[in-house]
Design a binder for this molecule. Structure first.
Ligand code: ZN
Length: 444
């Protein structure tokens, strides 16, 4: 071999997806790629391929880590999460609109201070990595300094991240409102600095329809039309009181979702959190525009918002991805998020397999974001954004894991019982960015 690049080989059980498993029964689901005890081969931060450990031994020109008996997957993709809301995660006793006014807005106000914003961004990004999440679509705050800190921190870590300054010019306290000309100027400056820089993309970030004037939505739509590849992120139809308020504020719109459509904000790079209180015409509009719903089950349960009709959305042709929505959600762990998604669908009489859930937080999200050339699978050529997991943590999970007979049974128990305590290490483009503290010895 004459190649001179950095070569890393990781030995573990490999799990990823080649297609959407859909709502099939566990044993009949397509698209599941299971490669037990393989070497995943990485060169210069990209996946080269995988070889069975029984038939392949890396030569002396490989750095090797032997994690046999552990699970190696693409890093998780969290399509909706708020970086400043680690300050208010697990706050008692409110639904959406009260929760914003009581807890969230006061917390976000503190991020006007560049020091708070900078420390908050660092804490948040490290927390993502320590939960096995390697890509996220993130709301910072309305303050330019908060978006700047988040994007620069992600860039330094080499992460693929989508974010943008929050737009909100009404119905928010002093210090949390912008105005259209200043918001446009800040957005343009941030786009110029960060959109397409490294692995970053910029998102026009409309908090939600009630906190933007029609003029501000129109400004966001103008930039979407002007700048190629911009994303858009917002919230839609999360809570019934919120939906009623939007109907009062925008009487000309057919529905809450239509407010965004009329402003030119819906396309295949639009990520809308929740999408609980939608009708057939809304679902069709999502399908027609390519906009996706970031299903946030933990948040929906915690704030009592409602149960997302995931299979109905997909049946209409809309795309659905998975999101923690911290701080409405109560954990950055995508495993806990997926376990909550199972419970939400169970309440609706739907059985969510581990395959469908894990696909939605890896390849499915990568495809919905148009990033599957880079992330979401263990295919050759993808960036080595990886998370390594123990199958079980603690005596109950170990007891259950030892009794699993079939692969789906084992993976489902891992998904349901697991969280960040199962995480052994996280890599970004082949660089180890998180390792479990040393009490657990790695066989390097
Ligand atoms: Zn949210």
């Amino acid at each position: 071999m004459t190649r001179s690049g950095t070569r890393l080989a990781l030995r573990a059980d490999l799990l990823d997806f080649t297609a959407d498993p859909g709502w099939s029964a566990p044993d009949a689901a397509p698209g599941v790629r299971w490669r037990p005890d393989h070497w995943l081969l990485i060169e210069d931060g990209k996946i080269l391929g995988a070889e069975p450990a029984s038939a392949f031994t890396p030569g002396a020109d490989w750095l090797t880590e032997d994690h046999r008996g552990r699970l190696l997957m693409p890093g998780f993709i969290d399509t909706h999460v708020h970086s400043p809301q680690l300050d208010v995660i697990a706050s008692f006793g409110t639904e959406l609109l009260d929760w914003l006014n009581t807890y969230t807005f006061p917390a976000e106000l503190r991020h006007a201070d560049p020091v708070v914003a900078g420390q908050g961004a660092e804490t948040f990004l490290d927390a993502l990595l320590s939960h096995g999440t390697t890509t996220a679509v993130v709301f910072p705050t309305v303050h330019r300094t908060s978006a700047d800190a988040l994007l620069s921190g992600a860039h330094r870590r080499g992460m693929c991240l989508i974010a943008g300054k929050v737009l909100m010019d009404r119905h928010a306290p002093d210090g949390l409102r912008d105005e259209v000309p200043g918001a446009e100027r800040d957005s343009r400056d941030l786009i110029h600095q960060w959109h397409g820089t490294g692995r970053l993309s910029y998102a026009m970030t409309v908090r939600f329809a009630p906190t933007s004037t029609p003029e501000q939505l129109a400004m966001a739509g103008r930039l979407m039309a002007e700048v190629p590849g911009l994303y858009m992120q917002t919230h839609v139809a999360e809570n019934r009181a919120e939906v009623a308020w939007v109907a009062e504020l925008y009487p000309e719109a057919r529905s809450y979702l239509d407010v965004y459509h009329r402003a030119g904000l819906l396309n295949e790079r639009a990520v809308l959190a929740h999408g609980i209180w939608l009708d057939d015409a809304d679902r069709q509009l999502l399908a027609d525009t390519g906009a996706q719903i970031a299903h946030s089950p933990s948040s929906n349960l915690f704030l009592g918002s409602g149960l997302c009709a995931w299979p109905e959305l997909e049946a209409a042709g809309a795309r659905v991805t998975l999101a923690s929505d911290v701080g409405g959600g109560t954990s950055l762990s995508m495993l806990r998020t997926l376990a909550d998604a199972y419970k939400v669908q169970a309440m609706r009489g739907v059985k969510l397999t581990a395959w469908k859930a894990l696909h939605g937080a890896t390849l499915g999200a990568a495809q919905a974001l148009g990033l599957d050339h880079d992330i979401g699978s263990l295919d050759a050529g993808r960036s080595a954004d990886l998370a390594l997991w123990d199958w079980a943590h603690g005596p109950v999970a170990q007891h259950r894991d030892a009794r699993a007979q079939k692969l789906h049974e084992r993976v489902f128990a891992w998904m349901t019982l697991g969280d960040e305590r199962n995480l052994v290490a996280t890599w970004i483009a082949g660089h180890a960015m998180h390792r479990r503290p040393a009490s657990d010895t790695l066989n390097v």
